[in-house]
Design a protein around this ligand. Structure first.
Ligand SMILES: Nc1ncnc2c1ncn2[C@@H]1O[C@H](COP(=O)(O)OP(=O)(O)OP(=O)(O)O)[C@@H](O)[C@H]1O
Length: 603
């Protein structure tokens, strides 16, 4: 997997990136509305208490009217009960809505990752994708389940309180508003820094995730090379960098919090001094001052929490930015508009017509003017030096990549004119690197053909000589470990082969499928495979001389061009490059391959 290509940290988005969440919130607008309504009404109920307090001080207390206290205290109690009920409503609606939105976001992201083309995955480190699909989604859920609501509610509360303060005694109200100016100026500046730092931290977390994933997946290589310490040192350097970035982020956050902590103390001092003077001069009643202070105390939590909530919003915005990059990545391999299934026979005719291919971002094409006609029922072996483009050519059949010039056809239909679902049913591929999933053997086998019956499964297992699965503890229902690591390389390869031949596809693409088998098993698999190959069209990448023997014809690929096609005995006799390739293969290969080569000459 190559390095990631996260977008550079820049001004893009900032809080505007949160717009990404709007389509996810739309289906739950009822719950969202209830959440905001509950939170707003609860805040207003809370605001009523200082107003009642002022009425109590200036009314019954000032007049010594005990009986007048009762209705006012009853009113305060009613507001308290209402606040509690609204709190419950808000928590219920908020939790339900945010968890549903989180699930939707996860689903959309997962589907997108599945549908993005292989060329996208070639350029993105898996750790970056993992951290976006897990950490970033959780960050967003925390924000929509808490921060978003209180950010809005607290801002509304602040505005309402500001108006009430101005109405209570406007000179003091203006003084309070003036003290918020530094809060706004510094807050906005640091918020910008925090945005940049959040993004850097999240990207670095993705890098670390990639390192952990690669170290775990490649544990055998690392151990056998004795490079654990080197790998750890590399990881530690990144961990240190993450720590430094986090420290810098915390420094900015601390500055923001200090500002928001310090502000209310200064403002309270201003209120007490100014308020006392106003009461002394008779411009304000004692009840008015008590109410003013009580109103201001209602503001304390909204102001104190604003720093934390803005930080949470910034992190969520960075997470939206990062997830947005995945959702906006171009879907290059898709169904053309209006494609309909077309008749494709079994076996089908596979043709490469003037095919050229260049990897995105590469200067030179890997394949040039490839013409190859594989007749129905024929098996063609692709032979070529390492890096000559064999795997790339086979990837074009099932549209893992799309040709950049020319076309690939099945029974005369351009593969791009077939629906992907149909194409990937009629074309089956077994890769050299046999990937199995954490599922039962049966689920792994029937992944591409969920409707395959017992008979087909048994037949596929026979062809791939994979009868060993019946000896597993629960037979076909045995769950195999992550990526099938609990099986040997040869066993995994045989299961992957069985998966490909299951259901007799119209075209079978085998990318050196027998490389991990011992000579004896290889011979058994080949014998059974011949039966399958007789009934299907097949393109087989062959590195080993013995695999070539499965084919009716051989195509020699050199530097992205097909330079010779023919029976392998003819090529052996007439094409020096072919002869050289196979003989160097034999010289480099184990001694066990020598007899196979002598067999080659006789065919
Ligand atoms: N995702 C990719 N992005 C850019 N270049 C790539 C990518 N995958 C392969 N290549 C390049 O394309 C060329 C052909 O690769 P390919 O894997 O098709 O060769 P191959 O003939 O199958 O090799 P081998 O026999 O070693 O499997 C190589 O030069 C390789 O470096």
């Amino acid at each position: 997997m190559s390095d990631t290509t996260p977008s550079p940290v820049h001004e893009r988005g900032r809080l505007g990136a949160l717009r990404l969440l709007l389509p996810f919130a739309r289906p739950y607008r009822g719950l969202v509305a209830l959440t905001f309504l509950g939170a707003l009404l609860a805040s207003l109920a809370q605001l009523a208490v200082p107003l009642v307090t002022r009425a109590v001080v200036d009314g019954p207390i000032a007049r010594g009217d005990r009986a007048g206290l009762v209705p006012l205290l009853g009113l305060a109690f009613a507001f308290g009960v209402a606040e509690a009920a609204l709190f419950f409503l808000r928590r219920w609606a908020m939790t339900k809505g945010s968890l549903q939105m989180e699930r939707d976001l996860r689903d959309v992201l997962y589907q997108r990752l599945q549908r993005l083309p292989v060329s996208f995955h070639d350029h993105w480190a898996s750790g970056q994708l993992l951290s976006r699909a897990t950490t970033d989604v959780s960050t967003i859920r925390r924000f929509i389940g808490f921060g978003a609501v209180f950010l809005v509610v607290n801002l509304v509360t602040c505005s309402v309180v500001a108006v009430l303060l101005l109405l209570t005694y406007w000179p003091l109200g203006v003084a309070v508003l003036v003290t918020t100016l530094p809060l706004t100026v510094f807050g906005l500046r640091w918020e910008k820094d925090y945005n940049t730092e959040s993004r850097l931290v999240q990207d670095e977390q993705g890098e670390l995730t990639t390192d952990v994933e690669e170290a775990v997946q490649g544990i055998r290589v690392v151990k056998s090379l004795g490079r654990s310490e080197l790998v750890f040192a590399r990881y530690d350097r990144k961990a240190l960098r993450l720590q430094a970035l986090q420290l810098s982020k915390v420094r900015t956050l601390t500055k923001i919090w200090c500002l928001f902590e310090f502000h209310p103390q200064v403002t309270l001092a201003v209120i007490l001094v100014g308020g006392s003077l106003a009461v002394g001069s008779g411009a304000l009643t004692v009840g008015g001052l008590v109410g003013f202070v009580a109103l201001f105390t209602v503001l304390l939590w909204p102001i104190l929490s604003l720093g934390f909530l803005l930080a949470q919003a910034q992190e969520a915005a960075s997470a939206c930015d990062r997830i947005g990059e995945l959702l906006a990545a171009p879907m290059t391999v898709t169904d053309a508009p209006g494609v309909e299934p077309r008749p494709v026979g079994t076996p089908a005719r596979l043709r490469f017509e003037g095919v050229g291919f260049r990897f995105p971002g590469s200067a030179d094409p890997v394949l040039r003017h490839v013409d190859l006609d594989v007749r129905p029922g024929e098996t063609v072996a692709l032979v070529g030096a390492t890096g000559s483009g064999k795997t790339t050519l086979t990837s074009l059949v099932g549209r893992l990549y799309d040709v950049t010039s020319g076309r690939v056809t099945l029974d005369g239909h351009d593969v791009r004119d077939l629906p992907l679902a149909q194409l990937r049913t009629v074309v089956a591929t077994a890769f050299e690197d046999a990937t199995l999933f954490s599922m039962s053997v049966r689920e792994n086998l029937t992944l591409g053909r969920p409707d395959a019956g017992e008979e087909s499964v048994a037949e596929a297992l026979r062809v791939a000589q994979a009868g060993f699965v019946h000896d597993l503890p629960w037979g076909l229902d045995t769950r195999i470990g992550e990526q099938g690591l609990s099986l040997s390389g040869g066993q995994r390869q045989r299961l992957a082969l069985a998966r490909a031949v299951l259901g007799r596809p119209s075209v079978l693409v085998l990318d050196d499928p027998l490389s991990a088998l011992d000579v004896h098993t290889e011979a058994l698999v080949e014998r059974a495979l011949r039966e399958v190959l007789a009934e299907t069209t097949a393109l087989v990448v062959a590195h080993r001389a013995s695999t070539v023997l499965l084919a009716d014809r051989v195509a020699l690929l050199q530097d992205g061009r097909i330079t010779a096609v023919g029976r392998h005995s003819d090529l052996l006799a007439e094409v020096p490059a072919y002869r050289q390739l196979l003989s160097s293969d034999a010289e480099l290969g184990p001694g066990g391959q020598q007899p196979v080569l002598s067999e080659l000459g006789s065919r």
